[in-house]
Design a protein around this ligand. Sequence first.
Ligand SMILES: Cc1cc2nc3c(=O)[nH]c(=O)nc-3n(C[C@H](O)[C@H](O)[C@H](O)COP(=O)(O)OP(=O)(O)OC[C@H]3O[C@@H](n4cnc5c(N)ncnc54)[C@H](O)[C@@H]3O)c2cc1C
Length: 477
Amino acid sequence: MSKIEQGFPRPKGDHTHVIVGDGITALAFLEAAQKRNFDQIIVVGKQAAELGRGAAYAKGEADTPWRFAYLLNSPADDIDPQFAKWLANRWDAISEQMQNRSPDWLGAAAPLVQNDDLYGVNAPREFYGDYMEEQARNLISAFDARGVGVTLMDDVATALNVAEDRVTITTQSGRELSAQSVDVAPGGPSTMRIKGDDGPFSTPSVFGFEARIAEHIKAGTEIFCIGGNAAMLDVLRLCQSLIPEEELKFVACAPDGEIPTPLVPRLPRKLTVPEFCSGHQTAETFLSEVRREIDKALAEGDEMREIRAGFRAHFLQNPLSGYLPDVEEARKVPGALRFWLRGGTRDTIQDMNRFVREGKARVVKGLVQEVRPLDRGAEVVVTDEGGNKQQIKTGFVVNCAGAGPGSRFDPLTEDMLAHGLLSRSHVGGGLQVGAGCRTSAPNIRYLSPAVSEIGDEVVAMPLYDAHMLRSYVARSL
Ligand SMILES: Cc1cc2nc3c(=O)[nH]c(=O)nc-3n(C[C@H](O)[C@H](O)[C@H](O)COP(=O)(O)OP(=O)(O)OC[C@H]3O[C@@H](n4cnc5c(N)ncnc54)[C@H](O)[C@@H]3O)c2cc1C
């Protein structure tokens, strides 16, 4: 990026605004800042120089076989129609770049390409990061042209101190920045840890541990994933990038023993339009209507992509409180919606289902309690719904469990919770912010995928979704 200044910026104008974070939410806050009168903006991010990528859309390491292996979970135009257009405009260069890659991404995209539906592909996540980084550059130039300096500072904010109308931001490298207003976008909590997940034959995550896991994959070891969600699909892609399909030995262990439904795009694009009555007193009656609408859509032949995107669009326009005013009851809704509307990357889920049919992969139903190292490999202790234990011997275990009980937030969020700037819901542990994403200090706003309540609104569909996060920032002014 062109406008990077790593030094301490000198305060110049009356209003300094600080944005903490370097992902799409931080970038959305920068975009929204165009509507406010700031004299200078400082973005403090772990990798602020790559503003817009964050944890999910990071630049991969050159020359690793798994570079570009991780895909977006939805068709490109469900993430952002502008991104889909950007991708289609570069299709020749992208096809060139993705030639001869394993897994065969171009082969999986071929039916869509033949159908003139480039907007429907599951793009490599890195490409979305490229697009977002380009958006950040354009935005910074636009601020520059208006005389508003934007400083991208690679650093980590560790604490915020509020005194009257000023906020002091302390950083890991010992800086103290003074601002009149702050937007915080630090991303979601860590994956929950599972006893023994950091042993000689296990890793606590896939991200950042690829080189180590790759050694075991290449040695022909069975790979056992704790969890059946998007990170598990990334591990499958990691395997596919390293060995031929015939050598694959893969296990996913999920509490429901199921793999999410693939999100398959069709032309013309359709969104399911659900219809709900207002005035519900309990979550139970509202959820029975939700289930009815999902079943009706499925019976009419709608794809999960259409249902999920349709419900998302519906709840962005029609808050849950309009149907179910009791907050305590509304808090019971997102968990069920998350489960019923589960969906993921078309290419990988179709591969996974095929591997299960061919005996190269299997799905174990249960909850992993512990991983025990053996002389060569690991033993995974799994309990079923009835609490019965089984011990499964495997080769190498990767924790893909996602956030859960015992997950930790980043240090700044923990600090904000400790100082009462944020609070946590007693149902599910999501974060609560005020109207317009305001914290208890009116000049500090906060948004991350972990936020479950904004003002009086319980967010119906969880915010682990790029489009939702950007939508909520855009309306937070
Ligand atoms: C691996 C992965 C894949 C995903 N895939 C999809 C997908 O395909 N489609 C979709 O819609 N959603 C996806 N998501 C959900 C995703 O969370 C959102 O789409 C979105 O990326 C979240 O953006 P964010 O900016 O809120 O958080 P993040 O992307 O997590 O960015 C936050 C950034 O802020 C930095 N940071 C944190 N604390 C501080 C601090 N105190 N000081 C400075 N910097 C800090 C972090 O290092 C991080 O880089 C995925 C998430 C992950 C983790």
